[in-house]
Design a protein around this ligand. Sequence first.
Ligand SMILES: N[C@@H](CCC(=O)N[C@@H](CS)C(=O)NCC(=O)O)C(=O)O
Length: 379
Amino acid sequence: MLILPNRLFVQTVLPVSRLLVRNVSSGKQKKGIFGIGFASASVGLLLGTGYSIYYMNKPNAHLVNEETRIKLVEYVPDIKPSKIIKHVEDRSGLELTLYQYQTCPFCCKVRAFLDYYGISYNVIEVDPVLRQAIKWSPYKKVPILVAKSEQGLQPLNDSSMIVSAIATYLFEGNKDIYEIVNYYPFISYVNDGGRKTSEIMNKYFVMLSRASRSKADELDEKEERKWRSWADEVLVHTLSPNVYRTRDEALQAFRWFSDVGEWEMNFPAWERHLIIYAGAAAMWLIGKRLKKRHNLKDDVRQSLYDECNVWLKAVRAKGGRFLGGDRPNLGDLAVYGVLSSIEGCRAFEDLLGHTKIGGWYFEMKEVVGRSEGAKLIRS
Ligand SMILES: N[C@@H](CCC(=O)N[C@@H](CS)C(=O)NCC(=O)O)C(=O)O
């Protein structure tokens, strides 16, 4: 499982280095002269009060964009796919390329969805440190799914949007992917922290034009959206602090990422070693920050077990094998996809030993592996 570091890396490493610089220089300062100290304090107080009044009256979040749809791209570099996933039953007519990290939970979620429905796709493994393969994209995270449409190359950004957009394409039946992207506009805004942020609208909604649907169907769909969002907002946050709990576990995890991501085939040796050692060290540090940020228990394993038990309770309450009943719905696929990202890690072994999630998890693995959803798609 790999949640990537860049922003947090800057947030973690830079403040520490700034702190060090500050401490070194303050050590050299002479003892303050009382008068100067008082004057500075007064000026500081005045400026501080002024700033607080200004800040309180200033809206601290604002919109910044007019652009609302993910634009077509003119070209993507001609990179040989790391893998070609061919499902013989695929009659979707889609031509897809997935830019991914093999063990990123959001990428695993997209693959679980495509594999379950038997959709073919090419994979381009992105180097998580240098990220050269996605230089062409204004959106800087993975997964990115590029769909060839009549209008050109249409990128889909964000795993949940990807799943909803492709599900809309598969089940609506008469709409082009270019048109479907209009249902998922994005807005950009500057958040409370002054950072430019983008948000994709409707990302948990599959857009089907049905005349009517029963109350029970409506409730099921609402529940499915709730658990998809829970996988992104809650479950995923328990993973990093568990996978990178100790330096040893972090290194073991990165070696496993290298194996399953076939980094040996995809990146030169120096780049692979850089990712493994720099990545493991950074993520071990970052894992500790994430634990605090997401209020995990001191024993982070317990938080992982607790959340998985919350999920199992919801599945059991439905009375079937899956949240979706006899077959998985998008909630099952999201939770399975996210969890599958840690399958080779010690945290996953412990999870199997301390909860009953294995029953549901391995049934999911089977139906995804057999592409059982393929027969549900109209050709
Ligand atoms: N909401 C996004 C999150 C994607 C995401 O955070 N991906 C990570 C990898 S696991 C990433 O690319 N991080 C790079 C960065 O934050 O700059 C999704 O669901 O796809």
